[in-house]
Design a protein around this ligand. Sequence first.
Ligand SMILES: Cc1ncc(C[n+]2csc(CCOP(=O)(O)OP(=O)(O)O)c2C)c(N)n1
Ligand SMILES: [Mg+2]
Length: 555
Amino acid sequence: MNGAQALLKTLADAGIEVCFTNPGTSEMHFVAALDSEPRMRAVLALFEGVATGAADGYARMADKPAATLLHLGCGLGNGLANLHNARKGKVPVVNIVGDHATYHTQYDAQLQSDIETVARNVSPGFVRTAQSTAALCQDAADAIAAARGLPGQVATLVLPADVSWGEGGQPCPPPALPAPTAASDEAVQALAQTLMQAIRAGEKTVLLLGGHALREGALRSAARIAAHSGVQLLAEVFPTRMERGAGLPAVERVAYLAELAGVQLAGARHLVLVDAKSPVSFFAYPGKASDLVPAGCTVHTLCSPAQDAAASLDKLAAALGASATQPPLAPAQRPGRPRGPLTAPKVCKAVGHLLPENAILIDEAITSGLMLGVMTAGCPRHDLITLTGGAIGQGLPNAVGAAIACPNRPVIALIGDGTAMYTLQALWSMARENLHVVSVIFNNASYSVLNVELERVGAEQAGPKAKSQLDLKGPVLNFAQLAQGMGVHAVRASTAEDFCQALEYALAHPGPHLIEALVPESLAGPKRKVLPWLLRALPSLPPQVARALKRKIAP
Ligand SMILES: Cc1ncc(C[n+]2csc(CCOP(=O)(O)OP(=O)(O)O)c2C)c(N)n1
Ligand SMILES: [Mg+2]
């Protein structure tokens, strides 16, 4: 066996079944070896950001990593934004990055660059350059172990061409994965005491759920604790994967806008982190706090991302006497069928009206998705995937990976028009692999959220040059035509009736579809003007009024 063949066998033996590729000359032996390993599916992406985002989406749904195959430092660099999103979401990915043959690097040829430096940013826990064909598969097993540990991470193995083509490859058995451990008895007991005291004293206590705490088992335990003890539940702002819908506990997410998150957390005296990071503002704004933990609030940790969230919550529920409590669950209910001229909230309503059983919902709709949460809260149960690292261009590639991980589940990806243009090539991979993905693109001809941010940061009066940097009107994009050019069935909708019909058709016909929703900006005109004022006023309003306003702006 050559190195590449042994590597593929090692990957497949460890349960890695899919490789999202964008190869070049240095990866040709790996490409050639693909046919020697029938257990490995190879999926071509036409841009590295699609390959890495697909690997991310795949792992979120399969709960195990895919591999990527990338071309030297430049290919890895092209895939970096979505690896960043995977890193922030603690999603396992095994990158295989081809490199020049070891003896070729001294010549500083055209594609020569420092791959490890590029990799370190997104895979700080594991970057290694394989040095010999004989040791390659041990390197791969170490990479897989690093990726699959708790928390999951991006691991990068650099594969020089001569290590790949060299003879004498030795496949390695799959690495042993340590069983995740729950929070210790002592830690749970101590926290239970603190919480009981706090609750007796009437102090507002919040459990902040993130990571694996947003899966069904953990959610149920958390909801038992909440129902029994009166603590409040919040979910982290951008979940990696959240199970929700009718029959599951409904958990409100921390708001994206810091001022709204402030309303949610106001008055909290105890914040308990459950596989979550202490909340901070997405960006800094002049004169506003970055840390969202209110003054006088103590932060506790039930379990870190390296621990078993569900088992830790179970233990806490038991310690509080909540194990038998029946928590309230989201009732089954859907919004009605929207009518009239299409708007972004009506698209969200239509999705809520029609969302099929067991769907995977990907939300990268930016301002157009503000109503998605409420509109789908009572839908049949589904998984929600969100933009974990803020680097846009994640959603369409995620859809490719999610559909490959779960071929029997419909995937609906809601994407902003600006966002869609980062990794639009994902559509081609959807067509080639015949994936059942419905991509909904909100064409509002704008980087709308940045117009909001322009007002919020208090920048000086924006002139025409500034405004044109946030405007996508000249020329207006035609996503239906772009999709058709990549082999994806696509339609445009400008009324709610047309949109509903298109969505029904797409859901009923397996395979990729794109629906281009022609919508006005959700936050425009007077709404956009008053928003910064409202946000600034929130802390001085009575809590009930502030909460009502929060529900109105971002339910
Ligand atoms: C990789 C990356 N580049 C740029 C940005 C900055 N950014 C955030 S939102 C956004 C525009 C989003 O526009 P669109 O998808 O049309 O959504 P809308 O604001 O119109 O709702 C940009 C450019 C980012 N977050 N990530
Ligand atoms: Mg837009």
